[in-house]
Every structure is written in C-alpha cells, then in structure tokens.
Design a protein around this ligand. Structure first.
Ligand SMILES: NC(=O)c1ccc[n+]([C@@H]2O[C@H](COP(=O)([O-])OP(=O)(O)OC[C@H]3O[C@@H](n4cnc5c(N)ncnc54)[C@H](OP(=O)(O)O)[C@@H]3O)[C@@H](O)[C@H]2O)c1
Length: 338
C-alpha cells in the first residue's frame, strides 16, 4: 500500500477572507464564531438576533462591531458579504431566502432545511441570484476527509461495497426543544442522522433505494432510525442514528482492496486507519482541534470558493445536499415522522 496522501484542505490562514454576518446567535453560532475568530483570518462584522439585547451580548462576547435586533437589518448591511445562518432548521428556508434576496452569500447550518421542497427553494433562489450557497456540512472540509476523498478518487480502496456510519447521542426529553418539537424540525435524522447520511453520499453518491426502520418520540419526531441504502453498483450503506443513546460515532468504508476505519468521531476532527491485507496505516489527527473547533475549516473554504468565482462548493455541492435531503426525507416518511 502506498503512503497516505497529504490533506489538501484550504489553509485556515493566509487566504482570501470574507466579512461575515451571523443570523441567530444560539448554541452553534457561539461555537462557530469562537473557532472562526481563534483559528482563521475570517471576521464576523455583524450579528443579528430577534432581540437587540441578545445580539449585543453576543457581539460584545466576540468583539463583533455591530449588533442588530432583526435579521432584516443585518442582511441590509452593505459591509456583510456572507451570512452564516444558525437558526433551527425550521427557519433555514426563510432566512436563506432573506439573505439571498439581499445579494449575500450564504452558509446554512445542517440540515439545509426540513424538506426536499424547502431545500429546492433555497437552491433555486441562490442559483437565480448567482450568490454562493452551501449547507454547512463542515465535516467534508476537515483534513481527514480530504485524504479520504483522495483515496476514493485514486481507487486505492478498490471497488467500495460496504459503508457504515452512526451518530447517536442522548438528548434529554423536552417536548418544546429543537430536538423534539416537530414545528422546529425535530428528530434524530435531520439533526444528527444527516452526518452518516452525508458520509454514505460522500463515498457512494445517491442510492437508488432507501429502507428505514425506527421509532418515534411521543411528540411524533423520529427518535431512532436504522437505514439501509442500496446502490446501482451493488454497494450498500448501513447507517444509524439515535437521540436515545450515545453511539461510537464510527464510520467504515470497505473496498475490494482496502478499508478505512474511523473509530469515532468521523464527523469531527478525528483519526482513522487504512487496512489492506496485513498492512495497516494510521492517520493521526494533527491539528489538536477538538470537536466543534473543526467548524472553522468550512469558513475558509467558502472564502476561497467565493474568491475563485464559484457559487457552489465542488466538495459539497447543492445537488449533493439535495440528494442527502432526499434520503432523510424518504426515511422520515417510512418512519411516519413527517
Ligand atoms: N454543525 C454542528 O455541529 C451543529 C451543532 C448543533 C446545531 N447545529 C445546527 O445549527 C442550527 C441551530 O442549532 P442550535 O442548537 O444552535 O439552536 P438553538 O441554540 O436552539 O437556536 C439558535 C437560535 O435561533 C434563533 N431562532 C430563530 N428562530 C427561532 C425559533 N423559531 N425558535 C427558536 N430559536 C429561534 C434564536 O436566536 P435569536 O432569537 O436570538 O435570534 C436561537 O438562539 C440547527 O439547524 C442545527 O442543526 C449544527
């Protein structure tokens, strides 16, 4: 087996930058701004909340120049070039359309929306406006997955026939929370199942059949699900997600020549091995970044793509997003979670 290729992620510093605006300063927005400011040259110049007080608190915490008490005001700010949308999934469509209509580039938290139809609306609007748009599938931009992409591209694994991935976490039950409230797009599949669904798509593309089983929470959202994805090539992916129990966050890719194993986490900065017969190569995550700190890679990638004149990421395109949404929607429909 040849040595593993070097990661070819966009460097975190020294490249093009954007002036960012943040809509909806909640939990993930906090993690995103913290790591973007700590580890990249990108700068957030404005933050907007539904209340000025929350926006001001957030702006003060992160040294952001301007706080707005409405999302509309932020997208009207001519200094803002790109908008990061960090509201619950149920709000993504409306906020993305708002920012796109104002001519801003958009990075929209995962999942891009609640349904395929909503995702299609965002994509159509972004393409018509000619702005850059991407679902914030940050995992794809981590150094580890740039290596996996190169291995796949070079055919080093042979014919890939089996992919596995899991993302389970224990969510405390609260019917009014983002995770459990159907009105906010609750459910395991959309919130965390999107990661193994992305991983299977990253490796194998769009499946021709999706078979899903699982269970619902008392609010009607999916609490746990197991999916088998079948591909025209004969390949299969087996992915699971749960809001009831933590799982290893592992992923594997098995081909006729070699296999990749992420012991977990595969979706955050993590190490992996490649095994071919008796030979085993280990790749150790070198950055020291942990978990959500890895959110910063996608921000520099967006800035590079925009500087290159692109309106979509070749690493996570809008069609990729739509195909992943179709898998999640099929599974939710089969579970009766829609
Ligand atoms: N990439 C990741 O690792 C990761 C991790 C966690 C979550 N996420 C994604 O990020 C998004 C937000 O998740 P979060 O956990 O950060 O959510 P959160 O803290 O519950 O909410 C984020 C913010 O959205 C705003 N908001 C706008 N409309 C709202 C509504 N109808 N109900 C509640 N809040 C509303 C609120 O801010 P204001 O009212 O102040 O504007 C709220 O603080 C989700 O789509 C989720 O999937 C991604």
């Amino acid at each position: 087996m040849r040595a593993l290729p070097e990661p070819n992620n966009v460097p975190l510093t020294g490249g093009p930058t954007l002036r960012w605006g943040v809509l909806a300063p909640g939990r993930i927005a906090r993690e995103w701004v913290r790591t973007v400011h700590a580890n990249t040259d990108q700068r957030v110049v404005a933050a907007a909340s539904r209340t000025l007080e929350r926006a001001q608190q957030f702006a003060d915490e992160f040294g952001i120049d301007t706080a707005y008490g409405s999302y509309e005001q932020l997208v009207a700010d001519p200094r803002v070039e790109a908008v990061y949308i960090a509201a619950p999934h149920s709000e993504h469509r409306a906020l993305a359309l708002l920012a796109i209509a104002a001519g801003k580039h958009v990075l929209i938290e995962k999942p891009i929306a609640v349904t395929v139809a909503e995702a299609a609306d965002i994509i159509e609007a972004a393409r018509a406006a000619g702005v850059f748009a991407m679902e914030a599938m940050w995992s794809r931009f981590l150094p580890q997955h740039t290596i996996v992409a190169q291995l796949l591209e070079a055919g080093d694994l042979g014919e890939v026939l089996t992919v596995t991935g899991d993302f389970g976490a224990k969510f405390e039950f609260d019917p009014a929370s983002r995770a459990f409230d159907p009105a906010l797009g609750g459910g395991a599949l959309l919130d965390i199942g999107v990661y193994p669904a992305w991983f299977a798509h990253f490796v194998l593309g769009a499946p021709h059949a999706v078979t899903a089983t699982g269970s619902l929470a008392s609010t009607g959202v999916d609490a746990q699900a197991a999916l088998i994805l079948d591909y025209a090539s004969g390949a299969q992916a087996a992915i699971t997600t749960s809001m009831l129990v933590p799982t290893p966050l592992a992923a594997t890719v098995s081909g006729t020549l070699a296999r990749i194993e992420f012991p977990g986490p595969f979706m955050g900065p993590g190490s992996f091995s490649v095994t071919a017969g008796d030979e085993r190569l280990e790749w150790r995550e070198p950055t020291g970044l942990r978990w959500g700190e890895g959110l910063c890679y996608q921000a520099t990638a967006v800035a590079q793509h925009v500087a290159d004149g692109l309106t979509e990421s070749p690493w996570h395109s809008l069609d990729d997003t739509l195909e992943i949404m179709a898998v999640l929607e099929s599974a939710r429909t089969q579970l009766g979670a829609l």
